[in-house]
Write a protein that binds this ligand. Structure first.
Ligand SMILES: [Zn+2]
Ligand SMILES: [Zn+2]
Length: 191
């Protein structure tokens, strides 16, 4: 059997990384890398988080598109993604809460079905409308001035203690980020 075929077989048996495969065949890592890359090019396997998966196993993951932010056009990183789901199955995606909050006034409220983002601490999905935001902190995971979403107000407050910024609910954060944008530099916001 050709080594590449054997690799596919081994992957299904749970040998999911380059190192164990190299050990199995008693060849160098480089040799296995070359095979793996060829298999990838042929579209038969997918690499994900350092693991080798058959294309079929990877399913949608492999097809996952990279979206760009509707506000600033930056490519969207999953953990900061901020998505408005609209009626008729459409959605508007932003790269982070900063852009998501700025987009809000450009969308007709009656078109919005839901809005989703991720908790900055535990990475769990979170409704944008019930999230707490730390606006204008010195932490800039994406766009500046930054807005970061949390599910718990307590977490947001703790974060603001360390990194500055003001804790706000959705409505106030929409206004807050807009004001900061107008002023240019993140200074203290008073409400
Ligand atoms: Zn953006
Ligand atoms: Zn951003």
């Amino acid at each position: 059997m050709e080594r590449k075929e054997k690799i596919l077989e081994l992957i299904t048996q749970g040998h999911r990384n380059v190192k164990t495969l190299a050990q199995y065949f008693g060849v160098s890592l480089m040799t296995i890398y070359r095979d793996v890359r060829e298999l990838e090019k042929e579209g038969r396997i997918v690499r994900k988080h350092g693991e080798l998966l058959l294309r079929e196993e990877a399913g949608d993951i492999a097809e996952e598109k990279t979206y760009s932010c509707a506000y600033c056009t930056k490519p969207i990183e999953k953990r900061l993604e901020f998505t408005y789901r609209l009626k008729r199955g459409r959605s508007i995606k932003a790269c982070c809460a900063h852009c998501g909050l700025l987009l809000y006034k450009n969308i007709r409220e009656e078109d919005i079905e839901s809005c989703m983002t991720w908790d900055f601490i535990n990475c769990k999905p979170l409704s944008c409308f019930s999230a707490w935001y730390v606006v204008g902190s010195s932490a800039m995971p994406c766009c500046s001035p930054s807005a970061i979403a949390f599910s718990s107000k307590e977490d947001a407050e703790k974060f603001a203690k360390g990194y500055g910024g003001v804790v706000m609910d959705f409505e106030r954060a929409v206004e807050g980020i807009e004001q900061l944008m107008k002023r240019g530099t993140p200074v203290k916001i008073e409400f």
